[in-house]
Write a protein that binds this ligand. Structure first.
Ligand code: AMP
Length: 451
């Protein structure tokens, strides 16, 4: 599928091309046609899937396709986001894809002065991005004109509910004079989200990425515990120096994170490039050419940017950040172990990542055991990690490396933690999710597999 099949305005297609996006992401392919048809949409999509553009592109298209049928000067599209950062990210997308259009958009968030927002709301607007709390303040002061709202986007609905925004969101919806098209994006379809959806959406088009079934028998998977960012980076440098690392993709959760990490690794002497959606098409091409030609050893990428990437010698995939979606884990590790080759997938997991790791384990159908590197062990035992997400013990982490959490006292002697990897002489042996065989640190199997 290509972006041209959506019949978007040439100015929007041009901006998409300028952004370097060559094809719609799966969530975009699944939602944009229905949104353009005016349907309510309920989409299960997380950050990293291209979900912002999935609603920004059709909303821009709608605004430039004709004038509002209604009187007033207020926004025709209202986007509600749980956080200021997400509001800003949405605004960035509006600017990126609206750069060849004259669409008036603005953002209303907490934590900043009211003055400029009063001005913004007093002038004609096409698209307003807002966090619920501050928008309610403006509503209470009767400064927002909702008379023209045609589309309401609820971005990261599950997070809005978690943050206690149910009532404010309902109050905002109740204040809209006529029912708009409603687009609900959520990382999960939890019962709470389903409840809100059943109350607010009408016969919605549902979009949920299909679970991909993949054979990962040629890939050995390792999970290392890390305490904090410094520990993670030390671990990463150590892993990258191992002999069996030919070329590696490191996954980062964010574009900025990818840039920062790539820079750091360059400073450490690794030939490294970054790949993410903010890069111009020619930059992306240069990076990928260098990777294919073997001039780059390391590519730090975001999920969407790395989609479809096929690199011959990719020996390792490293999850510097775990994916938000368990199914992305299988997509990511599938970059290695291709075409009859064997590969290694490594995940660096800190305590806050454990719920995500659990989701991945559920999807894979068995728990990971954990690997260790001598001298770079986590301050936590596997049992600590498991306990952190259990109902009995609230999350906590040691203040410093080498200092165990109080609750783990008396429980950290050796490999008591349910299948913890053994470490010997700086080499690690441990988890063997898939692959099998004889492994060194990063556990790259020595035997070859035919597929
Ligand atoms: P989001 O899920 O909206 O946070 O987007 C994640 C990242 O993917 C952002 O950096 C976007 O710029 C990028 N992105 C969105 N759509 C595409 C696409 N079709 N192709 C490549 N990158 C994209």
């Amino acid at each position: 599928m290509s972006f041209t099949s959506f019949n978007l305005k040439p100015a929007i297609l041009q901006a998409i091309q300028d952004a370097g996006f060559t094809a719609p992401s799966p969530i975009q392919a699944q939602t944009i046609p229905a949104i353009l048809q005016g349907k309510d949409v309920m989409a299960c999509a997380q950050t990293g899937t291209g979900k912002t553009a999935a609603f920004v592109l059709p909303c821009l298209q709608r605004v430039v396709s004709g004038p509002s049928a209604r009187q007033g000067h207020g926004p025709r599209v209202l986007v509600l986001t749980p956080t200021r950062e997400l509001a800003q990210q949405c605004m960035d997308n509006l600017k990126l894809f609206g750069k060849h259009l004259s669409v008036r958009s603005g953002v209303v968030i907490g934590g900043v002065g009211y003055g400029p927002q009063y001005q913004l709301l007093s002038r004609p607007l096409d698209i307003l991005v807002a966090t619920p709390g501050r928008l309610i303040d403006h509503m209470n002061e009767r400064r927002v004109d909702f008379s023209r709202v045609e589309v309401l986007v609820l971005d990261e609905a599950d997070r809005m509910l978690d943050m206690g925004f149910l009532k404010p969101v309902e109050k905002i919806i109740a204040a809209l004079p006529s029912r708009p098209q409603i687009l609900l994006f959520s990382a999960t379809f939890s019962p709470e989200v389903e409840k809100v959806a059943s109350r607010t959406l009408q016969n919605p088009h549902r979009a949920q990425l299909a679970a991909a079934k993949q054979d990962h028998s040629a890939i050995t998977q390792h999970v290392f515990h890390v305490d904090n960012t410094d520990h993670k980076q030390n671990m990463l440098s150590h892993l990258l120096k191992q002999n069996d690392v030919d070329q590696v993709i490191i996954f980062s959760a964010t574009k900025h994170g990818a840039d920062r990490l790539a820079k750091k690794l360059q400073q450490q002497g690794f030939s490294t490039g970054a790949l993410h959606g903010d890069m111009k098409q020619n930059q992306r091409k240069r990076t990928l050419d260098s990777l294919h030609a073997g001039r780059l050893k390391v590519l730090v990428a975001t999920d969407v940017a790395a989609r479809g990437l096929d690199v011959k010698n990719l020996s390792h995939v490293i999850n510097y950040d775990l994916p938000n979606l368990a199914e992305d884990y299988t997509h990511r590790i599938g970059r290695t172990g291709r075409g009859g080759a064997v590969g290694v997938a490594i995940s660096l997991v800190s305590p806050p990542d454990l719920p995500l790791l659990r989701d991945i384990e559920k999807r894979l159908g068995k728990p990971f055991t954990f690997s260790k590197i001598e001298g770079l062990e986590s301050s936590f035992t596997e049992a600590d990690f498991r306990r952190i997400v259990s109902a009995e013990a609230p999350p906590g982490r040691p203040k410093q490396r080498g200092q165990r959490p109080a609750r783990s006292q008396g429980n950290h002697g050796g490999n008591s933690g349910g299948g913890q990897g053994q470490h010997q002489g700086g080499r690690t042996h441990g988890n063997s999710h898939g692959g099998g065989g004889n492994r060194s640190f990063g556990g790259r199997p020595r035997r070859s597999f035919s597929r």
